[in-house]
Write a protein that binds this ligand. Structure first.
Ligand code: NDP
Length: 325
């Protein structure tokens, strides 16, 4: 089978597509023939070696994939069954989805939800799944469409684009924060009603600013998240899932103790199975058909390494789908 293989040479990460014997696949109960994978921020960090994602080499990256069961030693899965996978450390410490086959634990697989196919599942991918978890976090914090406006940061990226499409379809009024003015038409197509420049959020903010947002989904962290917290309405909820701008959080306790603001962390890697299935069902039901067209760029496995470098340079909007076979 063909796989994108990451190796180390003089401390540098080298990425090559090359033939790999399926016998080398790691242990697991289910072998999957992969049809589609995608490029996420974490994949880009892993493939370029710009983030310390991979600790054992050689490694096949790809934190998500969709395909059909090739062989299963677990009674829950049968040959030919359509499945998808996100998270669980696959593509980080267990060979991942940027390959024609993967062997994984049965517990990690999600049967393909009704109404979805492998291609659509990977247009959504880890990014869209995480966006759904963020929306669920806002809802669980009591935020409804009539609570007020919702802010989405890192808006033109995979998580941000998916979050805008989901929130807009659910009837929320969405403001998008983007570092690229060229993305505004795209963000409007997804359903954002207003756009703000990232520059407005990267200055040092005061502990409390004018109240503007009922809810926020932050994919950026650092000063941007600090500024968002300072602008939240009384009782507002922020779902924080990302660090595209940095992992620091230079804030104060003021938004929490004076405005009752809630900061909810969102992880997609180790989400329990029942919540995964619930989130995928909501994604299928909520995302409009137009999302699958507007938010997607398709590449071949051989283009994945270049795609990863471009993603980190901020040259890509929305989702990058990788066609494996
Ligand atoms: P993308 O690269 O697709 O999007 C990130 C976006 O953030 C960019 O498009 C850009 O949007 C903005 N951005 C990029 N660099 C900076 C910067 N230096 N400062 C501020 N903004 C910046 O990545 P994803 O959408 O796949 O992931 C977004 C974040 O969410 C990542 O940090 C990722 O690790 C995290 N994540 C976390 C998950 C979890 O389980 N918690 C799961 C999935 C992702 P614009 O140009 O519009 O400003």
């Amino acid at each position: 089978m063909q796989a994108l293989v990451l190796e180390q040479s003089d401390g540098e990460t080298i990425a090559h597509v090359k033939p790999v014997s399926p016998e080398m696949l790691p242990a697991g109960e289910v072998t999957v023939d992969i049809d589609w994978s995608s490029l996420n921020y974490k994949d880009a960090l892993a493939i370029t070696g710009k983030g310390k994602i991979i600790r054992q080499f050689p490694m096949v990256p790809g934190i998500d994939f969709a395909g059909k069961v090739h062989h299963s030693e677990d009674p829950r899965f049968h040959n030919g069954q359509a499945v998808l996978l996100t998270g669980w450390g696959v593509g980080e410490n267990h060979w991942g989805g940027l390959a024609e086959q993967a062997r994984v634990k049965a517990d990690w697989l999600v049967p393909m939800p009704e109404g979805l196919d492998g291609r659509k599942a990977m247009i959504i991918g880890t990014a869209g799944f995480t966006a759904m978890l963020c929306v669920m976090a806002l809802e669980e914090g009591g935020i409804r469409p009539d609570s007020g406006d919702i802010l989405v940061t890192g808006a033109s990226g995979g998580v941000g684009s998916s979050a805008i499409a989901l929130l807009s379809a659910l009837g929320y009024t969405v403001t998008a924060v983007s570092g690229r003015g060229t993305t505004y038409d795209y963000l409007r197509q997804l359903g954002a009603t207003s756009m703000l420049s990232r520059d407005e959020f990267t200055q040092d903010s005061r502990p409390l600013e004018k109240q503007r947002w009922a809810g926020a989904i932050d994919t950026v962290g650092d000063k941007v998240l600090a500024a968002v917290l300072a602008q939240m309405n009384y009782g507002g909820v922020v779902a924080a899932c990302g660090l595209a701008g940095g992992f620091a959080l230079p804030t104060t306790v003021m938004p929490f103790i004076l405005r009752n603001v809630r900061l909810q962390g969102v992880d997609s890697v180790s989400v329990p199975a029942a919540r995964r299935v619930a989130a995928w069902k909501r994604l299928v039901k909520t995302l409009p058909e137009a999302f699958y067209q507007h938010a997607t760029r398709e590449i071949a496995l051989a283009e994945a390494a270049d795609g990863a470098a471009r993603l980190l340079k901020g040259e890509i909007t929305g989702r990058t789908l990788v066609k494996i076979r």
